[in-house]
Design a binder for this molecule. Sequence first.
Ligand code: HMG
Ligand code: MG
Length: 291
Amino acid sequence: MADIRIVEVSPRDGLQNEAIAVPTEQKAQLIANLLKAGLKEIEVSSFVSPKWVPQLGDVEDLWPMLPPGGIYSTLVPNEKGLERAQALGVERIALFTAASDAFTQKNINMTVEQSLEVFARIRSNFKGFVRGYVSTIFECPYAGRIEPSRVREVIDRLLEIGVDEISLGDTIGVGVPQEVKQLHTELSGLDQSKIVWHFHDTRGTAIANVAAALDLGYNSFDSSAAGLGGCPYAKGAGGNLATEDLVYFAERSGLSTGVDLNLLAQASLPILTTLQKPPTAKAQLAALASS
Ligand code: HMG
Ligand code: MG
């Protein structure tokens, strides 16, 4: 059992915003590479509208190609998405809302309240594991700063609905450790093992935020190989926290992750070539340079 739990989101969060189409076989290969590197929990795609996010419109083709041995999850925005997921026997889904109505309107065409009503129906019709994302935990690109008390309200509603864990998203990567601490104060009484932090590194603060969350007793993080990603419906949402940076930081701090950093550094190279992007994550570059 590793000290740090990592949920790898690159096949979903990493690819949903890319202009260049990635062949389905290459997505399956990325997932196989990530698995080989030691990442077990992988968010592989989304059952969202292919009109809204064409990049992930191949999820029905991808699902049967997934290598055995992973714990795979997918985003589900509504009941139509649930139907599609259930038709494939998906056992873990992630519902996604936010602390800001302005954001959810742009992202899923619902208010936060409407999304929670849809999610309650989905939860009661789905027996498997359910994650609830809360995006824009510090700031919304459309509505500005978010009060920690508002984030707590949405978390409480998701827990009442019966989600199994909460992922807290700094969607546009503005947060600093002081804000992590402020939000933590607001989370008093919650089971910390149900909280996962989803930091973006848009302004280079993601690892500092991880350090703050670790100091506060949390040990679960979302991250994306090569720092791929961003939300198509959040202006300025840059890359996610790179899994390489997270693994390096944790292991060097004496916390096991179960991930082989050298294999991980290689895992995303074919996809980066397809996307015509050089690797930029610092710990990935360092691992590639020394291997
Ligand atoms: P809508 O247009 O309001 O949907 O979109 P609708 O219910 O009015 O239906 C319109 C048409 O879409 C209908 O088809 C439906 O059947 C179809 P038509 O009758 O016109 O032929 N439809 C669907 N088709 C396939 N799958 C579905 C589905 N639902 C409806 N699930 C909707 C509403 C939620 C579908 C849309 O807004 C959507 O797909 N949004 C998802 C956008 C997205 O994926 N955003 C990125 C997520 S990342 C994120 O949120 C942040 C996160 O990474 C954490 C962080 O960093 O903070 C999680
Ligand atoms: Mg994200």
